[in-house]
Design a protein around this ligand. Structure first.
Ligand code: TYM
Length: 334
């Protein structure tokens, strides 16, 4: 049977990239009746400094974002990572499986640590091992993510393969990354070659899930484009990263293929397309941000949901961790 696992970091707010690349697809998988486990990865977030009060707020706001995006805590398991100890314990075992050379190749570490790798936390370096533990603690088979997580998922596969090989078992599944749809890599509104990111210094570069209608419309109006009209076919997007990005965003928001967007808007200028995109974005995102605001009125209820999710997650992960200890030779006599 399929079991889906995915996670999002509670570090800063949610962007349109997180929504289209992850949250929206998480809700679709849940609605297809697949078993879905969704995790707010607070232990990943603290690999870089997080103010404790901000971390608590961001964790609750992300929970609200999941629910407002259609994740139903009765049908999906929704919880924060640190409430389920199996993640950290399995990560330690994987620290001893993964090789230094594998982690040194991770481009996200190189990007995040930059020139100051000696100053980066050990946790930031070992981050992908914790991510492998998140997934493998549930024997998840499928992991929906955006394009930027592809390399980490390859490492997860390598860890599962090496663990199985070293211990002579067929225990951890080799997971399938699910990187699908028009919006697996939503780009910055200011630079079509850069990923839309919550850490970009320019707020104009991204749409935040909490932006109001005016902010969304104004950011789309000011989004960088070229002077040409929209092409009639997708081949006409060659070398037009900004145009491609806006078309992909439209397609993903409207649940249609990019081909259909150019069929409708081909030949028209951005002066016509941008207002249509802004209207569409506002109509899809405003209800989500309103619902997030409503849910954040009652953080005790959010904490209760996370606690219940953690109990259910623990019930799945604990037996797998127990078997892992047995395989590795760690005595458990109580
Ligand atoms: P994070 O928190 O950076 O992002 C959460 C999800 O959003 C996707 N995403 C995007 N998709 C399309 N376009 C964008 N511009 C964009 N920006 C972000 C990400 O690909 C991701 O799916 N390491 C992960 C969190 C994690 C995880 C896991 C994921 C921890 N453990 C286990 C899957 C399975 C991360 O930092 O995602």
């Amino acid at each position: 049977a399929q079991r889906i696992f995915s996670g999002i970091q509670p570090s800063g707010g949610l962007t349109l990239g997180n929504y289209l690349g992850a949250l929206k697809r998480f809700a679709v998988a849940q609605d297809e009746g697949i078993e879905t486990v969704y995790c707010i990865v607070d232990l990943h977030a603290i690999t870089v400094w997080q103010d404790p009060a901000n971390l608590r707020h961001a964790t609750r706001e992300l929970a609200a974002g999941f629910i407002a995006s259609g994740i139903d805590p009765a049908r999906s398991i929704l919880f924060n990572q640190s409430q389920v100890p199996a993640h950290a314990e399995l990560a330690w075992i994987f620290n001893c499986v993964a090789r230094m050379g594998w982690l040194r190749r991770m481009t996200q570490f190189k990007d995040k640590a930059g020139k100051h790798a000696e100053e980066a936390s050990v946790g930031l370096f070992a981050y992908p091992n914790l991510m492998a533990a998140d997934i493998l603690a549930y024997h998840a088979t499928h992991v929906p993510v955006g394009e930027d997580q592809k390399q980490h998922l390859e490492l997860t596969r390598d860890i599962a393969i090496k663990f199985n090989h070293d211990y002579g078992v067929d225990f951890f599944p080799v997971v399938e990354p699910v990187i699908e749809g028009a919006a697996t890599r939503v780009m910055s509104l200011r630079d079509g070659t850069k990923k839309m990111s919550k850490s970009d210094p320019s707020d104009q570069s991204r749409i935040n899930l909490t932006d109001d209608a005016d902010a969304i419309a104004s950011k789309i109006r000011k989004a960088r484009t070229d002077p040409e009209p929209l092409p009639e076919t997708l081949e006409g997007l060659e070398g037009r990263a900004e145009a491609r990005n806006l078309i992909n965003i439209y397609a993903a928001l409207a649940d249609i293929a990019p081909e259909e967007v150019v069929a409708e808007f081909g030949g028209q200028g951005f002066g016509a397309f941008k207002p249509a995109l802004a209207d569409l974005a506002v109509s899809k995102l405003s209800p989500i941000s309103a619902e997030m605001g409503r849910l954040m009125q009652d953080v005790a209820e959010i904490d209760r949901i996370l606690g219940q999710g953690a109990e259910r997650a623990n019930a799945l992960a604990e037996p797998i961790l127990m078997q892992t200890r047995e395989i590795v030779g760690l005595i458990r006599s109580r």
